[in-house]
Design a protein around this ligand. Structure first.
Ligand code: CA
Length: 489
């Protein structure tokens, strides 16, 4: 059925007001896009196209919760006390883990920054919104351009009555139309870029990407301290408003350069006998981050909104091993599709709603699942297609069957990767994985081989199943450009 016919059928002659016309235009654009990726052909069902958050949870207490989404940068699976670190003290994050539900098999959507952030804020696989790799300053080393079709979380939450803010690292575009404010955030206090070359001067390639909304700013201080302070200011201000808020807090710590405040480094060196300077720096950067998170949590409590606030904590990818990170017993680290690159610490806290001290050891969830989870908690509804699935019932301790689904990971990169992409795919306990576009894929049974040490033969039936499912995903994602057209080299 051609899209115009569908629209006429669905809307008849009601598209009179400018608002309705805009809605119709948006639908046309969306349907054209879906048609482009082969989902809107006549008579073809579109599973997941109509996905709605349910208002029931938000209404359970008669009020919508505030939501604080803390995303840290490059934190390894073994680099929290609660995840087994012996030379590191993270009492504040551990306190969150103890106060809520921990999910052991929580995965980032990618082993590097931008794609995971795209998945969190769109609910889609990163390559379905134009971000298969890292967005960077120079076109020769840029591997993503956020699709104009992407509907970001703040837009949906705004419609549900939320004030929305991002404090910290954006990393989904350096200019309009891909700034945080363009995509619906009411408030942006942070930086646009991929990383800082220095935690104190905040520059990248000598360029200042620090912003307060669209205004360039040049604050002084360690980036972690700035983001902590700005978050606290925001929370205190919004707590008085009586309107629910969504605070997305993507700290850039403990991403390289490993640059903790001097006194934090000295404290670790004094406490941990025999620790190397390299490891001590990373430990100090994480402990300083943990302290900042503790201050943010205290501000939520002191503002009197702790009982009405859902806090979610995770990391965007695994720890970078060559700067001293550990990923526990997992193989590999940042950039790898092995578990060490993508498996992340995760917890969700909501007093009285999520039981304290819970631990889910079975469920597999990804960053993209947080989009519908947050929407459901907020009573925010939407009708566009996403790839993620809400895990809110599981967080609330309700019955939620653990259904197997095909899951995919992609990363496109330059350098030795030559601009090509490499992938992983998973179904149940089986995972097909490569860590470079030039390597053959390997199949592992994670249940019996969580350390990914013993590849199964390529004639195993799951190899072909995962290989075929991944091929179909690559075809779908092929309809979405990941550079701005035309490219100016
Ligand atoms: Ca990262």
């Amino acid at each position: 059925m051609p899209s115009k016919v569908v629209l006429k059928f669905r809307y008849g002659n009601v598209a009179r007001s400018a608002k309705m016309l805009k809605k119709v235009e948006d639908m046309m654009e969306r349907r054209d896009f879906l048609k482009g990726i082969g989902l809107a052909a006549a008579g073809v069902s579109m599973p997941g196209l109509v996905t709605t958050g349910k208002a029931a949870v938000a209404g359970a207490r008669g009020k919508k919760p505030n939501i604080v989404m803390i995303l840290v940068d490059d934190l390894g699976y073994g680099d929290l006390s609660s995840y087994g670190a012996k030379d590191l003290k993270s009492p504040n994050i551990d306190g969150l883990v103890a106060a809520g539900l921990r999910i052991d098999n929580f995965y980032a959507n990618c082993p590097v920054c931008s794609p995971t952030r795209a998945a969190l804020l769109t609910g889609r696989y990163p390559d379905m919104v134009g971000v298969p790799g890292v967005i960077r300053t120079h076109i020769e080393n840029n591997w993503g351009y956020l699709s104009k079709h992407a509907v970001l979380l703040p837009k949906v939450l705004n419609r549900a009555g939320y004030h929305t803010a991002i404090v910290g690292k954006w990393h989904l575009g350096l200019e309009s139309p891909n700034t945080p404010n363009d995509h619906g955030f009411d408030h942006f206090h942070g930086y646009l870029g991929d990383m800082m070359d220095d935690y104190y001067n905040h520059r990248r390639h000598g360029i200042n990407y620090m912003r307060l909304d669209d205004k360039e700013i040049d604050p002084t201080g360690h980036a972690t301290d700035l983001f902590t302070k700005w978050s606290i200011d925001y929370i205190r201000d919004r707590a008085k408003s009586g309107k629910p808020f969504f605070l997305y807090l993507p700290y850039n710590a403990p991403h390289a350069p490993i640059q903790p405040p001097k006194e934090w480094f000295e404290k670790v060196k004094k406490r941990e006998k025999g620790i190397s300077d390299k490891r001590a720096k990373l430990v100090a950067l994480i402990e300083h981050l943990d302290d900042g998170i503790g201050k943010v949590v205290s501000a939520i409590k002191e503002s009197g909104v702790a009982d009405d606030t859902l806090i979610i904590f995770t990391s965007d990818n695994g720890g970078q091993v060559n700067v001293g990170a550990t990923n526990g017993a997992l193989r590999g680290g940042k950039q790898d599709m092995y578990e060490g690159g993508i498996k992340e610490p995760f917890c969700a806290v909501w007093p009285g709603m999520i039981k304290a001290g819970g631990r889910d050891t079975e469920r597999v969830a990804l960053t993209m699942d947080l989009y519908p989870t947050i929407c459901e908690a907020a009573g925010a509804t939407f009708e566009h297609e996403i790839d993620g699935q809400s895990i809110l019932p599981a967080l609330l301790g309700k019955e939620q069957p653990k259904k197997n689904r095909y899951l995919f990971w992609v990363r496109r990169e330059g350098g030795a990767y030559g601009g090509r992409a490499y992938y992983a795919a998973r179904y149940g306990d089986f995972k097909l994985v490569q860590n470079s576009p030039f390597e053959p894929m390997e199949l592992y049974d994670l249940k019996n081989d969580p350390g990914e040490q013993q590849p199964l033969p390529s004639n195993h039936k799951m190899y072909a199943q995962l290989f075929g499912a991944l091929r179909n995903h690559v075809i779908k994602a092929g309809a979405v450009p990941w550079e701005k057209y035309p490219v100016q080299m």
